[in-house]
Ligand binder design. Structure first.
Ligand code: CTP
Length: 404
């Protein structure tokens, strides 16, 4: 999945021949799953039509401060447009537009919006080879870079003038690749490896029966997807569940029993930076697993159970620098029991679920959790979707690494 998926992109098109390539650029953004709004300078409309870009972006194209064609002229709020965006790209960026951006000459909607933008701004220059090397253009590049804007360098090749050299706007595919690489390199969990457990475990009674629980695995899969969205490499050890990982940075290792989950976790734990135990692991399993289906006979029947290994506690016992997060599902004395689990399992953070909270628990879309850290700082959270709870938990992971 592209890092551009779900991103809100504001594309500013200025008036150069390369503007015709923005049709492909918008298509590639949409294909990557981004939302696109386009602002055009008046001059750019000579090179590509607003209708083309609005059709491809599936949004109206903005080019003046108000829509003159409307009976009741509607003001295009450049501040709203700028604040909407996760990133702004000016492509092609002509020398005229670049120079206006450096001086704040906001006589068009594109530059006014640029000046209001708080998001990262990228610019892909396009001009003839001598212009591209002119000191005044170079000083625009330097000024914009000093403002924190990011230049996507022009490429070499045949130019509209007939000359050949540096100045062609980077090809749309290369602009996309540049943005993806830049955004990925800045993801807060880039380079981090995270182990997550999810779902129930099934403990066999005989070849056709097992002891299990109602865990759906959703919380663990949401955590895995969110961690991958933040750039982490994720190993998700999942008990039986129908969920699939949405992000290809997630490696799912399917297991069935607590013992299998234990083995896989121990195989990977030494290589990870973070481990999050979101699985509802069975605490007991049948002491003996019948090799044949148990036949119905006596009126009463009992199964002798033995304890499974506590995976989380075993990881806590051997942890070095790993940031270890556990869950606690409690029905009474929640806070006290959760604090005991922090100590017993040597955790950095516990996510407490109380089944007494409406909307929380197994097979629900929502969850209401309380965070308790090693210093017993208690932080109750609102009832929210499991995706949002996953975001909150991963924010704790990100802050841990920021503090280091
Ligand atoms: N856990 C685990 N291995 C087990 C049991 C639990 O890794 N065999 C993990 C769970 O994934 C969870 C945490 O331990 O992160 C706490 O699970 P919970 O069921 O609340 O507590 P238990 O330790 O099993 O204790 P109890 O059932 O007595 O409350």
């Amino acid at each position: 999945m592209s890092v551009l998926n779900g991103k809100k992109i504001l594309l500013g098109v200025s008036g150069g021949i390369a503007a015709y390539k923005t049709a492909s650029l918008v298509r590639l953004f949409i294909k990557a799953g981004a939302h696109v709004q386009v602002i055009m300078t008046p001059a750019s409309k000579d090179f590509v039509t607003p209708l083309t870009l609005s059709t491809l972006s599936k949004n109206p194209v903005h080019s003046s401060f108000f829509n003159q064609d409307d009976e009741d002229a509607v003001w295009n709020n450049h501040v709203d447009l700028a604040l909407w965006a996760d990133l702004m790209l000016i492509a092609p960026a002509t020398s005229n537009t670049l120079s206006k951006m450096t001086t704040g000459n906001s006589d068009n909607l594109l530059v006014a919006t640029y000046l209001s933008a708080k998001c990262p701004v990228y610019f892909a220059p396009a001009m003839d080879l001598d212009m591209y090397k002119h000191p005044s253009v170079l000083s625009s590049f330097n000024a914009l870079k000093s403002f924190g804007n990011i230049m996507i360098p022009a490429e070499s090749g045949e130019l509209a003038s007939g000359l050949s050299g540096e100045g062609r706007m980077a090809e749309p595919e290369n602009i996309i690749a540049f943005l993806e690489a830049d955004l990925e390199s800045k993801l807060p969990l880039k380079g981090k490896k995270i182990l997550i457990t999810a779902g129930p475990t099934y403990e066999a009674i005989d070849p056709v029966r097992f002891i299990g629980n109602h865990s759906s695995g959703k919380m663990g899969f949401d955590l895995a997807n969110e961690a991958a969205n933040l750039g982490a490499q994720v190993i998700l050890v999942a008990g039986p569940t129908h969920y699939k990982a949405k992000n290809n940075l997630v490696e799912v290792i399917g297991v069935v029993s607590a013992q299998e989950m234990y083995d896989v976790c121990h195989e990977h734990f030494k290589d990870v930076d973070v481990a999050i135990a979101a699985a509802a692991v069975a605490d007991y399993r049948p002491k003996v697993v019948a090799t044949q289906k148990i036949k119905k006979a006596a009126d009463e029947f009992s199964i002798e159970l033995e304890k499974t290994k506590d995976i989380l506690a075993s990881l806590g016992a051997i942890k070095k620098n790993q940031f270890l997060i556990g869950f606690a599902l409690e029905t009474e004395n929640e806070i006290e029991n959760a604090k005991l689990k922090i100590q017993k399992k040597n955790l950095d953070l516990i996510v407490l679920n109380s089944l007494q909270d409406e909307g929380a628990g197994f097979k629900k879309e929502t969850n209401k959790v309380t965070f308790i850290n090693q210093d017993f700082k208690i932080e109750p959270m609102e009832l929210k979707s499991k995706e949002s709870v996953a975001v909150d938990i991963l924010n704790k992971v990100v802050s841990h690494f920021v503090k280091l």
